[in-house]
Write a protein that binds this ligand. Sequence first.
Ligand code: PDD
Length: 290
Amino acid sequence: MDEMTQRTVYVNGDYVAERDATVSIFDRGFLLADGVYEVSSVLGGKLVDFPGHMGRLKRSAAALEIALPWDEETLLAIHRELIRRNALDEGMVYLQLTRGSAGDRDFHYPDADTQPTLVLFTQAKSLVDARSGREGIRVATQPDWRWARRDIKTVQLLYPAMAKMAAKAAGADDAWLVEDGMVTEGASNNVWMLTHDATLVTRELSSAILPGITRAAVMTLAETLALQLEERAFSVEEAQQARECFVTSASSFVTPVIAIDGVPVGDGRPGEVARRLRAAYIEESRRRAL
Ligand code: PDD
């Protein structure tokens, strides 16, 4: 971004130009990846699934005993002010909360009175008309070598970044992570397949995956559309032979998967159920956005 298009970002109570935003080099988010985050999408200048994202932020922070001294109303006001100041119509708001800085490096958590660090910024992006949503994506599988508490949305994203780079090197658009022969989730999304007897399958919640906010919303929509739903793990082979596959996340909504490790899914084109769920999710999100 050049000087003319500098974003206004939020850092610990202040709205500042991005070039003036600073965080301590001793911040535990920087030194230890000791922090959690949320990504909320914005449609028509309004926040999608906001209560869900803030509910999960509270759970992530509580699981790591990171203080979160802002209530949901205050966090909503900060999100809205940033959207307003940046005239954001479509895209995302990224929020990061870290355990803060005790002024030095130390593995042990600092005193309870240490202020957590709260940073938010906007990202303008075309989400509804994304090419991936229309044409689908190709995924490549990678071993799931992340830690064992993937239900907490921490900023430890080095392995997902590595998996995405490996997938890119293999000629794919994104990575699916695999453990004990079963797909856990995408590097930054939840995975779904539609079986030939028209049952939608997505992995059950556990510490192996992130409880996706979009996943929950799409499960509700699937019920509305009278689709059969099953929560269970599936293998790479089963997904390759499914009628359809897709992924869900705040920034990708519902995105069809058209090939897995070079094997086309269905006829190799975005599936009908994924298309319907994507349209329904976008419509419902616009209606309910805050
Ligand atoms: N990623 N699983 C993982 C590992 C994720 O990183 C994400 C989200 C999801 C989907 O969760 P939700 O539907 O609540 O966005 C599942 C965000 C978008 C990111 O890191 O950019």
